[in-house]
Design a protein around this ligand. Structure first.
Ligand code: UDP
Ligand code: GLC
Length: 395
């Protein structure tokens, strides 16, 4: 077994179950970049996330044996969990072999916690769990919540929660591990680099030059509430909406189809633009007059809310979960009740018609730059890592 790192940078074995680019993965991309000289990311599947890590020159390993673990879904019961056991064992064994060269394991998703937890126990390496979810019945079955809490209490030395809301839900569900809140930090420079000519070109390309433009960014999933904006749009006769994002996970394709169908039923096809997954979010956000976040279940954090603020656009978000920690209603953005198209339409209508919206966007940008910076995120992570390493894995 090799001894723990004596250099200033810890050697971290990051573990994530997903090959796709969700918010938790975009966060890990930034976190791992800072440790790439000493660390490695292990994934349970290949895909765009692995590609992005390799592009960023972050050492990456894909464990193909993890397919059985990956295929267990949130809704599955005990039988599916039992079927995944042989694949789980193989994956833990491979991860444990890798873990011997690192100071600690950093699990970024729930399945990663289970696998990294067992590998950490096997090799005596401490395990940190970065919790990106609200462990409530809005999002998880009782069995799934129990498994997550059991995994954390059994294996994790420390839990990093992406918001106070996530931390509180973890504790309310029975989590007894020391926790710290570290907010996602978003780099403001791509937003600052957007030029007015790029915005004009994009608006022209989309055929939305002179119309009020509302942007909704996020994967297409029922709990993200894209349907709420579509309903609201029918009472905003001149506005257009950009729906930016794709159906990333199982079951979300049916929801995506239902959105197209509803747009057709309401006769909104010329005003709702489905753009799919895009890599030019800063330009798209800057091209919008208002950004909305419509999640119908509480959002654990909500990177897109911070990004909308960095684009200096007024952001209207659902009044629940992490959004309450990002936006102060009426000062740095607006908060509306979830699943309420009329309230959303009213707020959008007033924002589209008042010059105060510019001030709201500027105040939002100042707050996002101050509170949700990459530097603040990095120092939060550094502090947890050094605490865990200097305590030699003891809480
Ligand atoms: N995103 C993107 N392209 C898209 C849609 C979304 O790059 O077409 C990014 C978005 O900018 C944000 C992330 O995906 O950084 C979504 O993170 P968020 O925390 O808002 O939601 P999640 O999907 O993680 O629940
Ligand atoms: C998860 C959450 C989202 C959060 C992201 C990054 O995907 O759903 O709210 O912003 O992780 O922490």
């Amino acid at each position: 077994m090799s001894s723990p790192s004596t250099s200033s940078k810890p050697r971290v074995l990051f573990v994530d179950q997903s090959g796709r680019l969700g918010g938790a993965e975009l966060y890990l991309l930034d976190v791992a970049r800072a440790y790439r000289d000493t660390s490695r990311v292990v994934l349970f599947e290949d895909g765009p996330f692995a590609g992005a890590l390799r592009d960023a020159q972050i050492p990456t390993t894909v464990l193909e044996s993890a397919a059985a673990v990956r295929n267990v879904r949130k809704q599955d019961g005990l039988r599916a969990l039992l079927r995944a056991l042989p694949g789980l064992f193989q994956t833990v064994a491979r991860l444990a072999r890798l873990a011997r060269d690192y100071d600690l394991l950093f699990a970024n998703t729930q399945k990663a916690l289970l696998v990294a937890g067992l590998a950490g126990w096997w090799t005596g390496r401490p395990v940190i769990w970065n919790l990106h979810d609200l462990l409530t019945d809005d999002h998880f079955t009782r069995l799934n919540r129990w498994a997550a809490i059991w995994g954390a209490n059994a294996f994790a030395t420390h839990v990093i929660a992406n918001s106070e809301a996530s931390r509180q839900a973890f504790e309310a569900a029975g989590g007894r591990v020391p926790t710290s809140v570290v907010y996602n930090g978003i780099d403001p420079s791509p937003f600052e680099a957007v030029s007015s000519s790029a915005v004009a070109a994009l608006r022209a390309e989309l055929g939305v030059e002179d119309v009020p433009l509302i942007g909704l960014f996020g994967r297409l999933a029922e709990w993200k509430g894209q349907h709420v904006l579509i309903e609201a749009l029918s009472s905003l006769p001149t506005a257009h909406a950009l729906l930016v994002g794709d159906a990333l996970f199982d079951g979300d394709q049916a929801y995506a189809r239902s959105l197209h169908q509803r747009v057709a039923e309401l006769g909104l096809a010329d005003r709702v633009h489905f753009l799919g997954f895009r890599a030019d979010v800063p330009t798209l956000m800057t091209a919008c007059d208002v950004i909305v976040h419509t999640s119908v279940a509480p959002e654990p954090f909500g990177r897109v809310i911070v990004e909308g603020m960095l684009a200096a656009r007024p952001v209207v978000a659902t009044k629940a979960g992490g959004a309450l920690e990002i936006i102060t209603d009426g000062r740095t953005g607006c908060l509306v009740p979830p699943s309420d198209p009329a309230a959303l339409a009213n707020t959008l209508s007033s924002l589209l018609h008042t010059p105060d919206a510019t001030e709201l966007g500027r105040a939002g940008r100042a707050r996002a730059r101050r509170v949700f910076s990459p530097e603040a995120m990095q120092s939060g992570i550094d502090a947890v890592l050094s605490r865990v390493i200097s305590n030699n894995g003891q809480p």
